[in-house]
Design a protein around this ligand. Structure first.
Ligand code: SF4
Length: 200
């Protein structure tokens, strides 16, 4: 299956009630073989309108951070845990995350990124029981069942600094500290949550 085929399937999804209030599901954006996969929580207002992840102010902030980390946006696949915008941009309920997770799994298996960067607590929660306040700026290794072993970097979501301005300097520091590539000896934590992935 191609990413375009997958995007078409996602756009037809009605698996959970988030679909009712969203303009349309927003599939990921990028290419197979992208070095980095960036995973946010869910589309916001601009993404919902335009059908592309990470546009608007949060997208511009993300571009700044990527530049600081020495990451070319063209090496990135951008996506979200939930593909439909939750009303009021609320954190998606667990049932919605569970319903949408198979799409993310398919994206990971097709793109096969070397490194996943989680942006915020919701995507990090798929891989770690620790919060983003504890894990931001750290790198771990994750095994995706039936897929690949990837490096995973936990970061705050760039939109978090819009509500908590003090986080911006923390983010700048985290992204500035990213190594150009992510060698295996840079890992500080190994975390495998195969059971949860298989059971949910
Ligand atoms: S949030 Fe995900 S599972 Fe729910 S309707 Fe949208 S695409 Fe489908």
């Amino acid at each position: 299956m191609s990413l375009d085929d997958l995007a078409e399937q996602i756009k037809l999804c009605t698996r959970c009630e988030l679909r009712a209030s969203a303009t349309a599901p927003v599939p990921g954006f990028g290419d197979i073989g992208a070095k980095y996969m960036l995973i946010g929580e869910a589309p916001g207002g601009n993404e919902d309108k335009e059908g592309i992840p990470f546009v608007g102010l949060a997208g511009r902030r993300l571009n700044q951070l990527l530049e600081l980390g020495g990451i070319d946006i063209n090496d990135c696949y951008l996506t979200n845990v939930c593909k439909c915008r939750p009303p009021g941009n609320k954190t998606p309920r667990k049932a919605f995350i569970t319903a949408c997770k198979p799409w993310l799994m398919q994206e990971i298996r097709l793109v096969m990124p070397q490194t996943i960067i989680t942006l915020g607590a919701t995507p990090l929660g798929l891989f770690s029981s620790n919060g983003v306040g504890q894990m931001h700026g750290t790198i771990m290794e994750v095994v995706i069942p039936d897929a690949i072993k990837v490096n995973l970097i936990a970061q705050y979501h760039p939109a978090a600094a819009l509500h908590q301005p003090r986080l911006w300097s923390v983010m700048l520091n985290d992204w500035q500290s990213l190594p150009e590539s992510v060698p295996h000896d840079y890992m500080i934590v190994t975390w495998v949550r195969v059971k949860e992935w298989l059971n949910e």
